[in-house]
Design a binder for this molecule. Structure first.
Ligand code: NAG
Ligand code: NAG
Length: 816
C-alpha cells in the first residue's frame, strides 16, 4: 500500500509537469489487474459526463490492451498484468503509449504509462549445476571459468555480484572485460588432495541489487582426479615372524600389506624382495600380488638364526615403499648329539687302579637350549662315566677288572639331548683287558699216583702231569720243574725227569722193585710271568713187581769144592725128615710164592719133597740095599708168569757112621785135575805179567826222555794245556729234568751157583749187608751151619720164607 502510494504521488507530480493533452503515468510492473493507473478525468480536466458523451475510449496500436478506461469514474485501470521484462526487455525506460479518443467532439489525448521495474527476476544460471574434473595435481592459482548468471531485471535490480561458497579451496574472481561484461572465474587456493576429498561441492550464488535481493545459485561439482602422489605404505615398517627350522618349502612366513592412498592403477601394488643379506638369498620369495612371503629354501637354525629381508611395494606409477622383515628361525631338535672321542686307550691292564681314565669324550649338540642339552650314560657298571666339565666326559674304571672273568668290554656310550622328542647317538668302545700274571698254575689233581712195572727201559714215559693257568699267553705258559728232593739219599733227578714243556714224567733209570717199591717227589708248575707264579703237586710212583728174580736157595749151601751131605741112618722110619730146602725169592706176591719139587733122584722111591715147605722126607723104610750116596735134585719154582726156578742138589748119605760115608765121598777126580790145571795157569800168568811189566818200564822211560828233550826245544812256547775229560764224566748229576744217559751198574745175584757172590765159602772175603729184620735168620743159619759142620738139625725154621722174612730187596751180596 505504501509502495503503491508512492507511485501514485509521483504520477500526480508528473501530471503537473505535462502539457495539456498529454498525461504520463508511472506504474510498477506486475500490478494486479484492475489496479488504478491514473485519474485522467482529473488530470485532463475533463468532466465525467463528457467522457460519457464523448464515448471516450482507449486507442492503441498494440495488440494487447493493458489499460482500460472507466468512463464513470474517469480513471484508468489496469486491464492486463504487465511484465516489464516481457514488454521492454532490457530497454529503459519502458512505457506504454496510447490515446484516449473522444467523440462529439472528436479529440484525443495522449497517455504515456511508464512501467517501472520491480525486482521480480532473480539472477539465473544457464544450468543449475556444473561439473568439473580437476586433477589433484593442479597447482594453486589455477582458474576455472564459470558460467555467468543473467538477471532480467534492470538497473538496481540487475545482477550485482557473485558469492562462492565454501571458500576454503576456491576463491572467486570476477574480471571486468573491456566491454563491460564480466568474466567469473574460480581460482584454486589450496592444493587438491583426492585422497582427502575426492569430491568437492561448491555453490555459486549470483546476487542482484534489488530490494529485497534475489539470488540465483549454481551447484559446482568438482571431482578430484587422482594423481600418483602417494607411495605405497606398509602397515608396519618392521615385520617380525618366526619359522621353525626345517619347515617345508612353501610355508607362509608372513603376509605383508602395503596400501596406496591413490586410486586405480596408481594404487595397484606389486611386492618384491628388494634385498637381503647373503645368507638369506634364495631363502624366501614373495607373492607379488598378495604379499605372502613363503619359504623357498631350507632354514637351518644351526646356520642362521634369523634373516632380514627388505620388501618393496611399488605402485604402477612407479612409487615405492619398503619395509623390513625379520624372520627368526626357531630351533627344532634336529641334531643328534655328536660324540667325539678325544683320546682312548684300547687296552687296559687288569690290575689298573680304580678310577683309571680309559677314554675322554667330547659331546656336542648343535641345537639350542634344551635341544642342545646332552646327557651321557653307559651300559656297563664296571665302568663309570664322569662329567668333568660341560660337554666333557671321562670314562673310568669303577670296579676291579679281571681279565680271566672278562677279557673284553664293549662299552656303549649313549648321549641324548633333552629335546622333545629326544635325539640320541651312541658309540661303542671296545676295551681289551691286558693280562697280569695273577693266577698261579693249578694242577688238575691235588696229587698224582702212577704205576710203573720194574725193569722198564730207561727213558720210558710214565705219565703226564698237567697244570692249567688262567692267565694269558706268556703268563699262562706253564713249565714243569722237578723239585729237588732225595729218595733214599739219591737225588730224585736220578730216578725221574719231567719234560718242562709237556709235563711228561720219564723214568730215568730202570727200576727194580726189589730195591725200591715206591717213592714220591714234587713237581712244580711255574708260569712264564714276571715274576712267575707256581704251585706244586706230589707225585707218587709205585713200582710194580715183575718176576725177575729166581728163587734163591739158602740151604743146603752149594759149595764148589766140598761136598755136604745129609745123613740118614739106615734105621730111619718112613717119613724121616732128611733135611729142608730153604729158598727165598726177593720178588713179592705170587712171584715169591715158592714150590718145591723133586726133579731127579738116585732112587725116586726113597724120598719126597714137600711141595710147600721143601722138606725132604723118606717115603719108605731105608734098607741095606740102598746105596750110601744118594743124590737128589730139587727144583724150586716161584709162581710168577713165567715162573722162575732154581735147582739144588742135595746129597744124602745113607749110612750109620762117618767112615762109611767118607769112603764113599772122597774120590772126586775132577777136582784134583782142576787144581793141577790151576797151578799151571798161575805160573803162566806170572810169566806174562813180568814180561809186560818190564816192557812197560822200557817204554815209559823212553817216552819221558823224549818229552824232556821236546820241552827244552819249546821252552818259551808256553802252549795252553787243555784238560781232557772222557765223555762219560760229563754232568751226570743233573737236575733230573734233563734226559741223560744214565750209567748204572747193578751187582746182582741171579743164580747162587753162577754168581760171583758166594755165601759162606771158606777163605772168601764176603760182604754181607742185610736187612735188620732178616739178620737174625741169616745169622742163625750161618751159626748152625758152622757149629754143626755140614749137618743141619731139624730144629730149623720150617716155615716158608715169605716176603716179610726174606731179606729186603735192599740187600746186596758182593763177592771179591
Ligand atoms: C664286542 O663287539 C665285538 C664286535 O662287535 C664282538 O665281536 C665281541 O664279541 C663283543 N665282545 C663282547 C664282550 O661282547
Ligand atoms: C708246595 O705247595 C705248598 C702249598 O700247596 C707250599 O706250602 C709249599 O711251600 C710248596 N713247596 C715248594 C717246595 O714250593
Amino acid at each position: 500500500s505504501v509502495f503503491f502510494t508512492t507511485w501514485h504521488l509521483k504520477s500526480v507530480i508528473q501530471t503537473e509537469d505535462t502539457v495539456l493533452g498529454q498525461v504520463s503515468y508511472s506504474i510498477p510492473e506486475e500490478m494486479p489487474i484492475g489496479s488504478f493507473v491514473g485519474n485522467i478525468a482529473q488530470d485532463l480536466g475533463l468532466d465525467v459526463t463528457r467522457l460519457k458523451s464523448g464515448k471516450a475510449r482507449v486507442f492503441t496500436r498494440d495488440s494487447i490492451v493493458y489499460v482500460e478506461l472507466n468512463r464513470e469514474k474517469g480513471i484508468l485501470l489496469l486491464k492486463e498484468r504487465i511484465d516489464r521484462e516481457g514488454l521492454c526487455g532490457q530497454m529503459t525506460p519502458c512505457a506504454l503509449h496510447f490515446q484516449i479518443l473522444l467523440e462529439n467532439p472528436m479529440e484525443f489525448y495522449s497517455i504515456t504509462v511508464e512501467i517501472t521495474d520491480i525486482n521480480d527476476n532473480p539472477p539465473t544460471f544457464l544450468t543449475n549445476d556444473v561439473h568439473f574434473n580437476i586433477s589433484e595435481s593442479v597447482l594453486s592459482g589455477t582458474t576455472f571459468t564459470l558460467d555467468r548468471a543473467t538477471d532480467l531485471d534492470v538497473g538496481e535490480n540487475s545482477l550485482k555480484t557473485y558469492v562462492l561458497k565454501p571458500t576454503d579451496m576456491f576463491s572467486l574472481r570476477i574480471n571486468n572485460q573491456g566491454d563491460g561484461s564480466e568474466n567469473v572465474e574460480m581460482m584454486l587456493n589450496a592444493p587438491l588432495d583426492r585422497e582427502k576429498n575426492a569430491e568437492l561441492a561448491l555453490i555459486l550464488t549470483a546476487v542482484d541489487g534489488g530490494e529485497p535481493q534475489m539470488t540465483g545459485t549454481m551447484q559446482i561439482h568438482i571431482t578430484v582426479l587422482d594423481a600418483n602422489d602417494n607411495a605405497p605404505v606398509f602397515t608396519q615398517s618392521v615385520y617380525k615372524a618366526s619359522i621353525k627350522e626345517n619347515s617345508p618349502v612353501g610355508t607362509v612366513v608372513v603376509t605383508v600389506t602395503a596400501t596406496d592412498a591413490d586410486h586405480g592403477s596408481n594404487s595397484r601394488i606389486t611386492y618384491s624382495i628388494s634385498n637381503m643379506l647373503d645368507h638369506a638369498r634364495g631363502m624366501f620369495e614373495i607373492n607379488k600380488e598378495s604379499g605372502d612371503v613363503t619359504l623357498k629354501g631350507k632354514a637351518d637354525y644351526e646356520k642362521a638364526r634369523n634373516f632380514q629381508v627388505n620388501i618393496r611395494a611399488s605402485d604402477d606409477g612407479g612409487l615405492t615403499g619398503s619395509c623390513k622383515l625379520i624372520v627368526d628361525v626357531l630351533d627344532m631338535n634336529d641334531n643328534r648329539p655328536d660324540i667325539h672321542i678325544m683320546s682312548k686307550s684300547n687296552v687296559i691292564s687288569e690290575d689298573a687302579k680304580l678310577n683309571t681314565v680309559v677314554t675322554m669324550i667330547n659331546v656336542e649338540d648343535a641345537d639350542y637350549a634344551e635341544n642342545g642339552k646332552v646327557h651321557c650314560a653307559i651300559n656297563d657298571n664296571i665302568f663309570m662315566l664322569q662329567s668333568t666339565s660341560d660337554k666333557f666326559y671321562s670314562l673310568m674304571t669303577d670296579s676291579e677288572l679281571d681279565r680271566e672273568r672278562s677279557s673284553e668290554y664293549n662299552i656303549t656310550v649313549t648321549c641324548s639331548d633333552e629335546g622333545v622328542p629326544s635325539l640320541s647317538s651312541s658309540v661303542t668302545l671296545t676295551l681289551q683287558i691286558s693280562d697280569v700274571n695273577d693266577n698261579a698254575p693249578v694242577f688238575e689233581r691235588s696229587s698224582y699216583e702212577a704205576y710203573i712195572v720194574e725193569n722198564n727201559t730207561p727213558g720210558l714215559s710214565i705219565f703226564t702231569v698237567k697244570a692249567r693257568d688262567a692267565d694269558w699267553n706268556q703268563n699262562a705258559r706253564v713249565s714243569y720243574i722237578l723239585e729237588d728232593s732225595s729218595v733214599n739219599g739219591v737225588p730224585v733227578s736220578s730216578y725221574v725227569s719231567v719234560s718242562a714243556d709237556s709235563g711228561v714224567i720219564h723214568a730215568v733209570r730202570s727200576f727194580d722193585y726189589e730195591q725200591i717199591k715206591d717213592f714220591h717227589f714234587r713237581v712244580k708248575a711255574q708260569d712264564g710271568g714276571s715274576p712267575p707264579l707256581s704251585s706244586n703237586v706230589t707225585v707218587k710212583i709205585l713200582i710194580q713187581d715183575q718176576n725177575d728174580n729166581p728163587p734163591q736157595v739158602l740151604y743146603p749151601v752149594q759149595t764148589g769144592g766140598s761136598v755136604v751131605a745129609e745123613m740118614v741112618p739106615r734105621s730111619a722110619d718112613v717119613g724121616y725128615l732128611v733135611t729142608k730146602v730153604v729158598a727165598v725169592d726177593v720178588d713179592s706176591g705170587q712171584n715169591a710164592w715158592l714150590s718145591y719139587k723133586l726133579q731127579k733122584a738116585t732112587d725116586r722111591a726113597l724120598f719126597e719133597v714137600g711141595l710147600q715147605n721143601g722138606e725132604i722126607r723118606t717115603i719108605r723104610q731105608v734098607t741095606d740095599k740102598d746105596t750110601v750116596k744118594q743124590r737128589l735134585t730139587v727144583i724150586v719154582e716161584d709162581n710168577g708168569q713165567p715162573s722162575r726156578s732154581a735147582t739144588v742138589i742135595v746129597n744124602v748119605a745113607v749110612a750109620d757112621s762117618f767112615p762109611e760115608v767118607l769112603s764113599e765121598f772122597t774120590d772126586f777126580p775132577h777136582d784134583k785135575e782142576y787144581n793141577d790145571n790151576l797151578t799151571f795157569y798161575l805160573v803162566l800168568a806170572l810169566a806174562v805179567v813180568s814180561f809186560l811189566f818190564i816192557t812197560c818200564l822200557v817204554v815209559i822211560i823212553s817216552v819221558k826222555i823224549y818229552r824232556w828233550r821236546q820241552s827244552r826245544i819249546l821252552y818259551h812256547s808256553n802252549l795252553p794245556v787243555i784238560p781232557y775229560y772222557p765223555p762219560r764224566y760229563s754232568d751226570t748229576l743233573g737236575t733230573g729234568t734233563l734226559q741223560h744217559v744214565y750209567n748204572y751198574e747193578v751187582c746182582r745175584t741171579t743164580d747162587s751157583r753162577k754168581s760171583d757172590c758166594k755165601f759162606g765159602g771158606a777163605g772168601s772175603q764176603n760182604v754181607l749187608i742185610m736187612d735188620p729184620s732178616s739178620t737174625g735168620t741169616m745169622q742163625q743159619i750161618q751159626a748152625n751151619y758152622q757149629s754143626s759142620g755140614w749137618r743141619l738139625s731139624s730144629s730149623q725154621p720150617e716155615r716158608q720164607p715169605t716176603s716179610g722174612t726174606v731179606p729186603s730187596p735192599d740187600w746186596r751180596l758182593c763177592g771179591g
